[in-house]
Write a protein of this length. Structure first.
Ligand SMILES: *Cc1c(COP(=O)(O)O)cnc(C)c1O
Length: 387
């Protein structure tokens, strides 16, 4: 029998999340692998979704999204970042940020074109670049004084004649880095000089800690006109299963994204769009509380991991801590992650699966802290058995 899957997708088997979540279930382990919160979003937002269903909003919405969500997104970008977008021509609703990124890559990079990504990278990036027939060019994020960053020379060196786009994720999953203005300026300079489009993944835009500020790349000089910004309701409002996201970009980019997106899914679930519009307009105070609570959970997990013997990198944002396993005498995170449920009853994600240069990420595993305090406490208690 011949392999039915097209060659360009063969390197992408079952995702590590499916493997690790199945392992968590089979062994009754605490799952700090996949990044979904174990609490619900704001109650009035949940009511808004129910109300949208009850009041008959259950047929195909407009392909670009319901007007109230496009208006709420435009208002949010303006209020929070001073970025002005026309809700009708410059905002497009997608099935989560995942589809926004997929449609953007498929629309903007074709066979043989190159897309720069920062590794470790969110797993869907590599797959969708392959789906487009394009080639990924990774730029390494390395820990420097407790924080993952890149070398601007390596970024410049990654640009070639076929480079079309740079995919920028900040706050960054899994590294936990929130790019500084200086780092963003280095990216912007490369984009301007080589006429590249930037696709930004900003799903953790509200979930930054301490005094760290999320700066959208589109706010930098000359970048609004060449940036496709992607975000979603999932992380901001603890509703990762709602898969309601959006793209904001100049109209010509939105038209390009639309051309692809309309044939992937046509439109996005109508009731969740209405509820997301409500939340963006009314629940930002709730998100501020979520941010505070996540910051405390981050510290709880970092302290616990350190006590268990890991070197933990305190993230500036997101749901995740990167932990170096070498102080515990391990060297391969994939091996450890597969053994961890039996050894300690905890599931983590081996970060090497997010790298092209696997050896650079071999000794990291990623733990999620978007969990109840008692779950985090029990997990670190169990991890102490490793030492
Ligand atoms: C969770 C996540 C996404 C997916 O967002 P959806 O809105 O659920 O599609 C995209 N990018 C990063 C970095 C994420 O962590």
């Amino acid at each position: 029998m011949t392999e039915p899957l097209v060659p360009r997708m063969r390197e992408f088997g079952e995702t590590i999340f499916a493997e690790m979540s199945a392992l968590a279930t089979a062994t009754g382990s605490i799952n700090l692998g996949q990044g979904f919160p174990d609490g619900d979003g704001p109650g009035a937002m949940l009511d808004a979704a129910v109300e949208a269903i009850r009041s008959g909003g259950n047929q195909y919405p407009p392909g670009p999204g319901v007007p109230e969500l496009r208006e709420a997104v435009a208002a949010q970008r303006l209020e929070r970042y001073g970025l002005s977008y026309d809700p009708m021509s410059e905002v497009y609703v997608t099935v989560g940020a995942t589809e926004g990124i997929a449609a953007s890559v498929l629309a903007l990079a074709g066979p043989g074109d190159e897309v720069i990504v920062f590794e470790p990278y969110y797993d869907s990036y590599a797959a969708v670049i392959a789906l487009a027939g394009a080639v990924r060019r990774p730029v390494m994020l390395r820990p420097v004084e407790g924080r993952f960053t890149f070398d601007p020379d390596e970024l410049r060196a990654a640009v070639g004649p076929r480079t079309k786009a740079v995919l920028v994720n900040s706050p960054h999953n899994p590294a936990g880095t929130v790019f500084t203005r200086g780092e963003l300026e280095a990216i912007a300079a490369v984009c301007r000089e080589h006429d590249l489009v930037a696709i930004t993944d900003e799903v953790y835009e509200y979930l930054t800690f301490d005094d760290t500020e999320h700066i959208p790349l589109a706010t930098l000089d000359g970048m609004r006109e060449r940036t496709v910004s992607v975000s979603s309701a999932g992380k901001t409002f603890s509703a990762t299963g709602w898969k309601t996201g959006w793209v904001t970009a100049p109209a010509r980019y939105v038209r390009a994204v639309q051309t692809v997106k309309q044939f992937l899914t046509y439109a996005v679930s109508a009731p969740y769009q209405r509820a997301a519009a409500y939340a963006l307009s009314n629940e930002i105070a709730w998100v501020a509380e979520l941010r505070k609570s996540l910051q405390a959970k981050r510290d709880r997990l970092v302290t616990g991991l350190e006590a268990a013997g890991f070197t933990a990198y305190r993230p500036q944002g997101t749901y995740f801590v990167q932990a170096d396993i070498r102080p515990l005498g391990f060297s391969d995170g994939l091996e450890l992650a597969r053994a961890l449920p039996a050894k300690a009853g905890v599931v983590a994600i081996p970060t090497q699966v997010f790298y092209d240069h696997v050896e650079a990420g071999a000794h990291f595993v990623r733990f999620a802290f978007c969990k109840k305090d008692e779950v985090i406490d029990e997990a670190v208690e169990r991890l102490r058995r490793l030492a």
